[in-house]
Unconditional design. Structure first.
Length: 291
């Protein structure tokens, strides 16, 4: 595993060479330069529920920006980039936010890319790696149909292949969350939310997350926003836009891994440092049986 500041440029080269897998595009580079002391990064690995949380924040009238598909402005506004219209229309959200600040900005990057930026904080969104990585694999190979991802002959093969940082997918999951656990302490505000808590007990989970960034919103408003962001509602909108083929969104339920986990795949997730980090978020990767 590569570590240390000397690897910064190497990481960026990996991101840039991976084309559609890119977490660090030219658009995102421009957007980083426009982040300031009222911006909160919403940090997650792909397929960890970022679209779900972002939709709820937008439904609440908060400023949630997708820095991968929008051009950010220093005044808090953002403008859609035409090249990503198809993607954005599938996940249509309410119009201009009622509260421009704080601005919540989507990222799949580690803290090193934001060194020197005077950020307000980070909201770390984490999902059981078994579900997050399987869903990401399906997204990359079925919806995006990226040639590099489709070289994998199976999910197990994909897990062991280098991803956009040069690490394999399991080490990448662990590296991302380890870096953000350390990086969060250097910012004025931070929160950690698990996807599972967000789905199973949304009111107290969202209430706590929002308060971490100085926001107090009535439970009735939060409940209504969660209802409007229900998977079936959002998926129906996506199907109206994109037809019946593979979509951006999957079922997005906790512990879906129980329906497909095999002993050999469970052994891969049992990698010691991955399992140890997962336990810090309440995930026990030693479980193997289907139910």
């Amino acid at each position: 595993m590569r570590t240390g500041a000397a690897d910064d440029m190497t990481d960026k080269v990996f991101y840039l060479l991976h084309g559609l897998q890119d977490r660090y595009s030219a658009l995102y580079q421009d957007n980083i330069a426009r982040l300031g002391p009222r911006d909160v990064l919403v940090a997650s690995i792909g397929s960890s529920g970022q679209s779900y949380l972002g939709g709820i924040l937008a439904e609440l009238g908060l400023n949630y920006a997708d820095a991968y598909t929008e051009a950010l402005r220093e005044d808090g506004a953002s403008e859609p980039v035409a090249a990503y219209d198809d993607y954005r229309e599938r996940l249509a959200t309410p119009g201009a936010p009622r509260r421009p600040w704080p601005r919540f900005v989507k990222t799949h990057l580690t803290p090193r890319f934001f060194t020197g930026r005077p950020l307000l904080g980070v909201w770390i969104l984490v999902r059981d790696p078994r579900d997050a990585l399987y869903s990401w694999y399906r997204f990359r190979s079925e919806f995006v149909r990226d040639p590099l991802d489709r070289l994998a002959t199976s999910f197990e093969d994909w897990l062991c292949r280098p991803g956009p940082t040069g690490l394999d997918r399991l080490d990448d999951w662990a590296d991302f969350h380890r870096r953000w656990l350390c990086g969060a302490g250097r910012l004025p505000r931070s929160a950690i939310t698990t996807f599972e808590d967000l789905k199973r007990d949304p009111l107290p989970t969202l209430r706590a997350g929002l308060r971490a960034f100085g926001l107090s919103i009535p439970d009735s408003d939060i409940a209504a926003a969660v209802l409007r962001s229900d998977f079936q509602t959002v998926r129906r909108r996506e199907r109206d836009q994109g037809g019946d083929g593979p979509g951006i969104l999957r079922r997005g339920q906790p512990e879906e891994w129980r329906t497909w986990m095999s002993p050999s795949t469970a052994d891969l997730f049992g990698r010691a440092h991955v399992a140890a980090l997962a336990r810090r978020f309440g995930y026990h990767l030693g479980e193997r049986a289907r139910s």
